[in-house]
Design a protein around this ligand. Structure first.
Ligand code: PEP
Ligand code: MN
Length: 342
C-alpha cells in the first residue's frame, strides 16, 4: 500500500490565538497533519503589508503542540528567531525562499540552530539557482544536521502565467539526482497562488515521487491577512487529499520490474543511437564549416537555418511530436554547429 505523503498544513500567517487554534483543531480532526505550520515573522515584498504577529504568536503555536499534539513549524530568518522558537519548544523550522538566497543569513541560522535537535526544511530560492538551494542544505549538513527536507515552492515567473510561481520541476528533479538521500516535498500553495490550481500541482508533485506537501489552510480564508487567494479551508484540504492519487516510487513486483527493465533497455539503445547520429551530423557541419572558411563565406546562413527549423518542426508535428520540443532541440544543435564553425 502506498503511504500517505508527509502533510504540513496551516495558515500562511498566525493572526490571532482563535484563528490558530480553530484552524489547528479542524485540521487535526479532518486530516491529522504531521506538522501544523504558521508564519510568525512574514517576509513581505512591501513594508506596509502584514508582517506577522511576532513572538506573541509563538505561545499560540505552543498551545497547538501541547494541547493537540501536532508538532509545529514556522519560518525563521535570523538567529534571534531560532533562539525564540527553541524557547517555545519548536522541533522544526523552515527557511523561506527569500532568506535562502542569502548565504550569510543561512549560515547565521545554521550556527544558531547548532546544539538543538531541529528538523530543518529548506525552501528553494525564488530564482532558479539550484546551487544556491544545494548550498543552503550543505551549510546545515556541514554542521551535522541530518534531518533536512527540501521544499519545492516554485520559481519567480518573470512573465504573466496563471501560476504565482513556476514549478520548474527539472530543478527539484536535479536536486534529487544530486542528493538522493534528501527528502523533497512540495508547497503547491505558493506555486499555485490560487486555490483553483493547488490540486493539479499537488498531483504533479506526487507523480514525481515527492515525499510530502506543505499546504496553506485557514479556518476563514476570505479574512486572511496574507496569501488570501491560495489558502484552503480545512475541509477543502481534506477533499484535496482524498482526490489525490498517491503514487508509489517502486513496487515489489517481479513482472512489473521486468517490463520496466525491458523498456528501459530499449531506451538505452535508442539514446546511444541518437548520440551517434548527432556525432555524424556534427562531422558534416564541421565539413561545411571548412568549405565556408575556404570560400570566405559567413558562418550563419539565416535562410538555410529558417528552412531547417521550419521543416523539422513541421515534420515533428505531422508525426505527433511536440513542435516546440523539436524547435528547441534544433536550436541547441544549431547553436553548437555555429560555435564549431567559427
Ligand atoms: C510561506 O510559506 O508562507 C512563505 C512565505 O513561503 P515562501 O518563502 O516560499 O514564499
Ligand atoms: Mn504564504
Amino acid at each position: 500500500m502506498a503511504i500517505r505523503p508527509m502533510l504540513i498544513c496551516g495558515p500562511c500567517s498566525a493572526e490571532s490565538e482563535e484563528q490558530v487554534l480553530e484552524t489547528a483543531r479542524e485540521l487535526k480532526k479532518l486530516v491529522a497533519p504531521d506538522y501544523f505550520r504558521a508564519g510568525i515573522w512574514k517576509p513581505r515584498t512591501r513594508p506596509d503589508s502584514f508582517e506577522g504577529v511576532g513572538e506573541t504568536g509563538l505561545a499560540w503555536m505552543k498551545r497547538v503542540q501541547d494541547e493537540l499534539s501536532i508538532p509545529v513549524i514556522t519560518e525563521v530568518a535570523n538567529a534571534s528567531h531560532v533562539e525564540k522558537i527553541a524557547k517555545y519548544g519548536f522541533k522544526a523550522f523552515w527557511i523561506g525562499a527569500r532568506t535562502v538566497a542569502n548565504p550569510f543569513s543561512v549560515q547565521e541560522i545554521a550556527n544558531a540552530a547548532k546544539g538543538f535537535d531541529f528538523k530543518i526544511f529548506v525552501k528553494n530560492p525564488t530564482n532558479p539557482d539550484i546551487d544556491l538551494w544545494c548550498g543552503a542544505i550543505e551549510r546545515f549538513q556541514k554542521l551535522g544536521f541530518e534531518d533536512i527536507v527540501a521544499v519545492s515552492r516554485g520559481f519567480y515567473p518573470f512573465a504573466e502565467t496563471k501560476l504565482r510561481n513556476l514549478p520548474c520541476w527539472e530543478i527539484p528533479i536535479e536536486l534529487a539526482r544530486r542528493m538522493p538521500e534528501l527528502k523533497i516535498i512540495c508547497d503547491p500553495s505558493h506555486i499555485a497562488g490560487d486555490t483553483r490550481y493547488i490540486a493539479e500541482i499537488a498531483q504533479q508533485a506526487l507523480n514525481l515521487s515527492m515525499a510530502g506537501l506543505m499546504i496553506e489552510s485557514h479556518c476563514c480564508p476570505q479574512n486572511a491577512l496574507s496569501d488570501k487567494n491560495q489558502q484552503l479551508t480545512p475541509t477543502e484540504v481534506k477533499n484535496l487529499i482524498g482526490s489525490l492519487k498517491i503514487k508509489k516510487s517502486a513496487i515489489d513486483d517481479h513482472n512489473f520490474e521486468m517490463e520496466l527493465e525491458t523498456l528501459r533497455s530499449k531506451i538505452d539503445v535508442l539514446d546511444y543511437q541518437l548520440i551517434d547520429i548527432l556525432k555524424q551530423r556534427f562531422a558534416i557541419t564541421n565539413e561545411i564549416g571548412e568549405i565556408k572558411k575556404s570560400h570566405n563565406v559567413a558562418v550563419l546562413q539565416i535562410d538555410r537555418w529558417k528552412k531547417v527549423l521550419e521543416s523539422r518542426s513541421k515534420y515533428a508535428e505531422n508525426i505527433g511530436l511536440s513542435r516546440e520540443l523539436i524547435a528547441a532541440l534544433f536550436s541547441e544543435i544549431h547553436k553548437e554547429s555555429i560555435k564549431e564553425q567559427q
